[in-house]
Design a protein around this ligand. Structure first.
Ligand SMILES: *Cc1c(COP(=O)(O)O)cnc(C)c1O
Length: 461
């Protein structure tokens, strides 16, 4: 079969595809950008134009595209087998990866349960938490509720949406969702309590404290995105926020679920964001960067205590009845093993830590723009919040679609990013070098300038 022409591909895209998070009416009004290849931090379209991958292909890519070691690991695995089930069978890559994950995870997390993506890793954590309390404290049958941050994002499946707080995504599905308890997000730039860090002493967590004090017997777990609430617009928590949540959970006998789907695998400068505050959650969900951004694979890690609570004779009914067709997929696990190996051989974390200040420095140049309100950075995770009025922090109306317009301008200039409302997100692959980071910051600056400060009209002659 001959390869289709670019024109055919564009037509067929419009004819057959339904893209995620996309208004298809608008999508089909313009020719699609079709990515044909990748090379390191670059994506190359089917016309041969090269773009910097400014959001790591939606937050998943780690060491760049076509890394020889991951490519080779997948090919090697393919010569043996692509997939066999973990239901009743095991496989070398799944076994070895579990061992490696336990080695690098926050201390105390000793068991690995695989699934397919971030949403399923979170669903698994929710189900484990509920079943855990049923089996350990049957006298408290209502320990089934979840607490989460406002503006949180934990995936698009029903459980993940239930503990999600993004109105635009979740409100419509309210009839499908279970009730939860929400507390304020640590959104310092727009503090819900109108206080300032550090003098606030993280007062936003007082709500969590009261809630846990009053209702811990109803609560199974607190779910958090450690350090960065990504989809909320890269909201970065002040130092001490995460460890305080850990303390409160321990104190009130409530489980802590850390959703490191976005922050895991070096994105914040440490392997896991939890390391910044030296905490171990009871459950940890990982996905996006796990395979270096190659294949869909996720895992939920738990403590030995959690795991032990599920042991018993079969008739006791303590089995965790959960699993997916592709749980522990061999190609995915092989890619993940190679991903972790590269962290060691290429000293990825050390290199990233060295480059973080450079990224910060280059982003500093954006603060001079009159419509940049806030720049939030945690390692290689960056959110740039555009505002209509910098002094009064007045947002652009979402209908102005400023984030989208800047994104389109960046695309013309060779940088692919994807905004969240008025927040421009930059999340380079960890392999992006200082020259790439600088280029990204420059294109961002020019694009923001063009879109938000269109040339003033020339004075009449
Ligand atoms: C992306 C994301 C998810 C969902 O992961 P998918 O792989 O898209 O299902 C869950 N939690 C967080 C924090 C995420 O960023």
């Amino acid at each position: 079969m001959p390869s289709p022409t670019s024109r055919q591909l564009a037509n067929w895209d419009h004819q057959y595809l339904w893209h995620p998070f996309t208004q298809m009416k608008e999508w089909t009004e313009a020719p699609p950008l079709i990515i044909d290849r990748g090379e390191g931090p670059y994506l190359i379209d089917n016309q041969g134009k090269q773009y910097l991958d400014g959001v790591s292909s939606l937050w998943v890519n780690i060491h760049g595209h076509r890394h020889p070691a991951i490519d080779q690991a997948i090919r090697r695995q393919l010569n043996k087998i692509a997939h066999s089930t973990l239901l009743g069978l095991s496989s070398p890559p799944a076994i070895q990866l579990a061992r490696e994950l336990v080695k690098i995870a926050p201390p105390g997390l000793t068991r690995v349960f695989y699934s397919d993506d971030g949403s399923t890793a979170v669903e698994v954590a929710l189900k484990m938490a509920v079943q855990y309390w049923q089996q350990t404290t049957p006298a408290m049958p209502s320990k089934t509720h979840f607490v989460h941050m406002r503006l949180s994002y934990h995936g698009d499946t029903a459980g993940g949406m239930s503990i999600g707080g993004i109105e635009l995504f979740h409100n419509r599905f309210q009839p499908l969702l279970f009730p939860t308890l929400a507390v304020d997000a640590p959104y310092c730039y727009r503090c819900p309590l109108q206080q300032t860090f550090p003098s606030c002493q993280i007062a936003c967590l007082d709500q969590l404290e009261s809630l846990l004090t009053a209702r811990h017997h109803d609560i199974a777990a607190v779910v958090v995105e450690p350090l960065v609430q990504g989809v909320a617009g890269m909201i970065t928590a002040p130092s001490g926020h995460l460890s305080r949540i850990r303390e409160l959970c321990t104190q009130h006998q409530v489980l802590m679920v850390a959703d490191e789907v976005a922050t895991g695998f070096g994105r914040t400068g440490r392997m896991f964001a939890c390391e910044h505050e030296s905490i171990t959650p009871d459950l940890l969900a990982v996905a996006k960067g796990l395979t270096g951004g190659y294949l869909p694979l996720a895992a939920t890690l738990v403590t030995e205590e959690m795991y032990q609570a599920f042991l018993g004779d079969y008739h006791e009914g303590k089995t965790l009845f959960h699993g997916h067709s592709f749980t522990g997929n061999a190609l995915g696990c092989a890619a993940a093993l190679a991903n972790l190996q590269i962290f060691r051989t290429e000293h990825t974390l050390r290199n990233v830590q060295k480059r973080i200040p450079a990224l910060q420095r280059h982003l500093q140049a954006l603060t001079s723009l009159q419509h940049v309100g806030d720049i939030r950075q945690s390692g290689y995770m960056v959110g740039i919040e555009l505002v209509k009025d910098q002094k009064n922090r007045i947002p652009f109306p979402l209908t102005d679609r400023m984030g989208h317009k800047v994104t389109m301008e960046c695309q013309r200039k060779g940088l692919l990013i994807r905004p969240i409302g008025n927040v421009l997100v930059l999340m380079p692959p960890l392999s992006a070098e200082v020259k790439h980071l600088k280029k990204m910051a420059t294109i961002l600056k020019e694009s923001i300038c063009i879109v938000t400060e269109p040339k003033k009209k020339k004075a009449p002659l």
